[in-house]
Write a protein of this length. Structure first.
Length: 267
């Protein structure tokens, strides 16, 4: 049965790949789930790819965790603080989104930049899709895709125990190290991050116990969409239980709003 599933998945993905532009660049993430091979669209998304490749070269992602899992939707990592609130680009500031008409969230295994819920706020965090997520098109920069059988290592996150409120795995998978198999850039000079890491380490503060934890959706990658979903779940708790096995809706009725914004500020 598993063999038939694999063959069907490979065939489906092969058909999709025919419509996508060729990749340029390849990186391997060595994780506790196994190896994850990522081919890059360095020509179509040069800023995101340069940022990702250089951070890999510098060991920025080494020993970081996948801090967020939404089953059958996305798995997110790339934050050296492990909180989902940290991370910085190689330029020390957010960089612009990059979209391409032939690169879409049409199947699982797309690798994209996470943001703060607003345009052009990319830093170091990224996510990998676990299913077809077309509602995310033109909202997040896709810069790569998972290739080969390593997609099945990514899909292992669907079996993890996850805190329903924080979307954090109880035992988060970890990126052990990275390897650059094909560097699409010839002018990258890695920085020495030893001093930078000391500055970025969050200071531990004692917090008073709170009666109820409230999510700050501005700090999550899918801020507006998640906030609307949370409000809907609070109004109908029974529906929340029924939706757990289905793919979360990231737009939740905000697609029309986004389309109107795109018409007013066409990038």
């Amino acid at each position: 049965y598993q063999r038939r599933v694999r063959e069907k998945l490979v065939q489906e993905m092969s058909n999709v790949y025919l419509s996508e532009p060729p990749t340029k660049g390849k990186v391997v993430l060595i994780t506790t789930l196994g190896e994850i091979e990522i081919e890059l669209w360095a020509k179509e998304a040069p800023l995101a790819c340069r940022n990702f490749v250089q951070l890999c070269m510098e060991g920025y992602y080494d020993h970081t965790i996948f801090h967020r899992v939404v089953k059958e939707f996305i798995v997110q990592g790339g934050d050296p603080t492990g909180t989902g609130k940290g991370g910085e680009s190689i330029w020390g500031k957010p960089f612009n989104d990059e979209w391409h008409s032939r690169i879409r969230f049409s199947h699982r295994g797309k690798v994209a930049m996470a943001n703060s819920g607003e345009r052009n706020t990319n830093q170091s965090q990224f996510f990998i899709t676990l299913s077809k997520t077309e509602e995310l098109d033109r909202k997040y920069t896709i810069f790569g895709k998972i290739v080969g059988d390593t997609i099945f290592n990514v899909l292992k996150v669907n079996d993890l125990e996850v805190d329903a409120e924080t979307e954090r795995p109880l035992y988060p998978p970890k990126i052990i190290s990275t390897k650059i198999l094909w560097d699409p850039f010839e002018d990258i000079i890695p920085r020495d991050l030893s001093a930078l890491r000391k500055v970025e380490e969050p200071k531990k503060k004692k917090e008073k116990p709170k009666a109820k934890k409230i999510k700050d959706f501005k700090l999550l990658s899918f801020g507006e969409e998640a906030e609307e979903e949370e409000k809907a779940q609070q109004e109908a708790p029974e529906a929340k239980l029924k939706m757990k096995s289905s793919i979360p809706k990231a737009d939740d009725g905000s697609s029309n709003k986004n389309e109107n914004n795109e018409k007013e500020t066409d990038k």
